[in-house]
Design a protein around this ligand. Structure first.
Ligand code: GLU
Length: 297
């Protein structure tokens, strides 16, 4: 983790310097600013709704990952997370009339996402968060806004010769506590020794050090970690699950879940969703795919 986060810090430092240089010379630059999408200054909501409460407060608390490149990676200079999940949060805030710099970002690791939503510590969780029946029993989901798939990552050169999930039987595979990836792996290969950490950056470190033969989670997360440490890892081709990413919201806040669905629907239609993808995850994972269908419509 330490080494990866130092690397991330170094890379972001370089990006910031490059950006500043690009701005000075008038050259085109990548958007790593936190200005966010245009804020809806005329936003108005039904009295007593969750949206009105957030709008009147002028701020929203969003849980996301802080160590996942492309989706939620904390910028050490601004202290704010950057990536596709963070962009989804900014779109929701903007439609509530809240500027991006009034979002209160809270780190959520895989295992504390449901508790943070249930305890009201966050208004929403946007964190590579798979919608599934078990989670739907205790919280609401808006979305999906992306469909990922679970895969495996190994050390460069693939020393353990892992070509499919079945090849991890009898081997140590790193996964994260409270993730769908860990339960999917156990179900798919009961003979795998699943080693649990609380974050994916720690798994990547264990993989790099040779403590585990592979790590497993969504292809999106693996692709991001690999991009941060190019020579160290390779992805095993193919996926073996579907992981529809949703936005976690408290069970009783159905009004807000509907509002977030409407926000996503608008962003699918006006190009804001694909533009957000292209300037974040799309830089490594390729152009935006067709948007998924929302569950509620
Ligand atoms: N999408 C999976 C999940 O929600 C794995 C990724 C993660 O842990 O964030 O559990």
């Amino acid at each position: 983790m330490r080494r990866l986060s130092r690397l991330a810090t170094a890379l972001l430092g370089v990006a910031a310097v490059t950006l500043a240089a690009a701005c000075d010379s008038g050259a085109p630059s990548i958007d790593i600013t936190d200005s966010g999408p245009p804020v809806d200054t005329n936003a108005s909501f039904p009295a007593g709704s969750t949206m009105q409460r957030l709008h009147d407060a002028g701020k929203i608390t969003i849980g996301t990952k802080f160590d996942q490149p492309l989706f939620g990676l904390k910028n050490p200079v601004t202290g704010r997370p950057e990536g596709f999940d963070a962009e989804m949060g900014k779109l929701i805030a903007a439609r509530l009339g809240i500027p991006a710099d009034h979002i209160d970002w809270v780190e959520t690791v895989s295992a504390n996402r449901e508790p943070f939503v249930q305890q009201g510590r966050v208004d929403a969780v946007i964190a590579t968060y798979t919608i599934n029946d078990q989670r739907k029993e205790i919280i609401n989901f808006a979305g999906p806004y992306y469909i990922a798939g679970q895969s495996l990552m190994v050390r460069s050169g693939n020393p353990a010769k892992i070509a499919s999930p079945d090849d991890v039987a009898g081997k140590n595979v790193c996964a994260v506590e409270g993730s769908a990836s860990s339960s999917n792996m156990r179900k798919r290969v009961p003979g795998a020794h699943v080693v649990l950490f609380d974050s994916y950056s720690k798994c990547a470190e264990a993989l790099k050090n040779g403590q585990v033969a592979a790590m497993t989670t969504d292809n999106t997360i693996l692709g991001g970690l690999r991009s941060l440490d190019e020579g160290a890892f390779e992805l095993v081709p193919g996926t073996f699950t579907e992981e529809p990413y949703g936005i976690g919201i408290a069970k009783e806040r159905t009004d807000f879940a509907r509002f977030v669905d409407d926000t996503l629907r608008a962003a699918f239609a006006d190009g804001a969703w694909s533009a957000a993808w292209d300037r974040t995850a799309g830089r490594i994972l390729g152009p935006a795919p067709a948007h998924p269908d929302l569950d509620r419509y």
